[in-house]
Write a protein that binds this ligand. Structure first.
Ligand code: SF4
Length: 511
């Protein structure tokens, strides 16, 4: 890829600051969309990756004690489990989730600790009581583990978690080093879904992002995995990489949609200030990534392409075909359900409390070996957290019946949000069908921003509808989210990007 004139990259953080600036001191107008060009410029930027309610943060020992107090409460309702494998063979340029270089000996010691952690609370009610409906091994790179360690982890999952008979068990990973022995170990251990980050089949773009394998090898390994015909195979694509023109993106969509995959996820690239990618663009070693209008066009193209190819829409970014892909973890994770979490850097949620486990590998291993669940951060739920998460989840699906959600909570949510919803409909982001509000393609592109603005607006109404300082309180919350971003700690980035979203989302990053 040819070098270009050095320039300041358009980063996610710069966008978040622009959104905060645009809202500062404004009343309801601060939530309005620009109607002139809703697809490309409804808002100054996308300020969130995931939407969700905020809460009260606790760190270190207080977080540990708070989670410990929840361990003997029996769960009810849908439950997920997330296992975090904190190793990668190489660091992809755009990634903010990289933790540790893969090392065979360390990964074995970590696997021992992870198994110990799964056993730690296996007789406590929060883990023991009530079925677990989806398990997700994410990272990092779960497929970096040896075949033997993958199998050891999966066998322990079967032994220590009360899995539902139809439990979805996903292994997230990358093509590189995911050989037949590992695939067979994962299948023998009960995995029934693989989510692989290919991101793009274009070898030049892949190499510029420090991806190891070329496009051709990605295709061959996907074919090998699908040939087992024993589990759903889902693939992530990313749009907006430097050098990824619309032609390259269309070719990615064409190749992916022509494969007998069970699912395709299309995500947009975010360039974070502290990522190696931002530095390369700034120094002129790489051309800039796509700007928001270009990404909007790429998103719209993916919707048109996959709809025409008769793929089934599972959510705004997820598509399926055939009968295997159920998307259980992704779908439930957006809502208010519990998520047990294990592994260094894992994020979970129990009874509304979002938490994250120790990211420093040695500290994690030491704590687990001492018999302690190593919680480093916990966010106690704020008021209306379950309601607000339900709204966030509905917005992710592309349509919301706010009136019905409000009725079930005994609140006139539709009436509270009317000025904002009406303006968004006028601006071409939403379309009314009876009680339902469906997102247009422009609304789908901006859906996380819409969800977060809707939640923030409702919070000002729910907490103190007539308080003169309700907007001040909201400005304060936005400023707090930005300060968290500035701190740069990955869990803080995740918190600010997603309102302490947990369970930790499967993220579109492997390749
Ligand atoms: S994108 Fe995935 S594989 Fe690449 S560095 Fe990040 S966590 Fe590791």
């Amino acid at each position: 890829m040819s070098a270009t004139k050095p320039m300041k990259p358009v980063t996610f953080e710069a966008g978040a600051r622009a959104v905060e600036e645009a809202m500062r001191g404004k009343g309801v107008e601060g939530y309005y969309a620009d109607a002139a060009d809703p697809l490309h410029a409804a808002f100054p930027a996308k300020a969130r990756i995931h939407s969700g309610p905020d809460g009260m943060p606790l760190m270190g020992e207080s977080a540990c004690e708070a989670l410990e107090r929840l361990a003997d409460r029996p769960r009810s309702g849908k439950t997920l489990a997330y296992l975090h494998i904190p190793f990668c063979e190489t660091r992809c340029l755009y990634c903010m989730f990289y933790q540790n270089p893969f090392d065979e000996d360390r990964s074995k010691v970590f696997t021992d600790a992870l198994i110990r952690e799964l056993e730690l609370w296996s007789d406590r009610d929060a883990q023991r009581v009530g079925p677990v409906h989806a398990v997700y091994l994410g990272g990092g790179t779960p497929t970096a583990l040896s075949a033997r360690d993958l199998r050891r982890v999966l066998d322990t999952v079967q032994r220590t978690l009360p899995l539902a008979n139809d439990c979805e068990i996903t292994i997230e990973g990358r093509i590189n080093n995911f050989d037949d022995e590992k695939i067979e170990a994962a299948l023998a251990g009960g995995a029934n879904r693989f989510s692989l980050g290919v991101q793009t089949f274009n070898t030049q773009v892949r190499r510029s992002m420090m991806r190891i394998d070329d496009g051709e090898r990605c295709l061959r390994r996907l074919e090998a995995l699908m040939s087992y015909d024993q589990a759903a195979v889902v693939m992530d694509l990313i749009y907006g990489f430097p050098g990824q023109s619309m032609d390259v993106w269309e070719e990615d969509l064409r190749i992916a949609s022509s494969l007998p995959l069970d699912g395709i996820d299309c995500y947009q690239l975010n360039v974070f200030e502290k990522s190696p990618l931002a530095r390369r663009v700034e120094s002129g070693k790489l051309p800039p990534a796509a700007d928001t209008p270009m990404k909007a066009d790429m998103f719209a193209r993916s919707v048109e392409f996959l709809t025409n190819a008769n793929w089934r829409r599972l959510s705004n970014n997820h598509w399926g075909q055939g009968t295997r892909e159920r998307n259980v973890y992704n779908q439930l994770g957006k809502g208010a359900c519990d998520c047990l979490a294990f592994g260094s850097g894992a994020g979970g949620r129990l009874f509304g409390h979002s938490f994250m486990l120790e990211r420093k590998l040695d500290d994690y291993i030491r704590a687990v070996n001492d018999g302690v669940k190593p919680t480093s951060f916990l966010m106690a739920p704020g008021p209306h957290w379950a309601l607000l998460r339900t709204i966030s989840s509905a917005m992710e699906s592309g349509a919301i019946n706010l009136a019905a959600i409000g009725r079930s909570a005994g609140l006139d949510l539709e009436g509270m949000a009317k000025p904002v919803l009406d303006q968004w409909a006028e601006a071409g982001l939403l379309r009314r069908r009876g009680e339902w509000l469906h997102q247009t393609v422009a609304g789908q592109f901006w859906h996380v921003t819409l969800a977060q603005l809707l939640i923030d607006f409702l919070k000002t109404q729910l907490v103190a509808p007539n308080a003169p300082n309700a907007k001040d309180a909201q400005d304060g919350m936005n400023a707090m989210a930005l300060r968290k971003l500035d701190m740069g700690a990955p869990q803080m980035v995740a918190a600010a990007a997603g309102g302490a979203r947990a369970p930790r989302a499967p993220h579109p990053h492997h390749g």
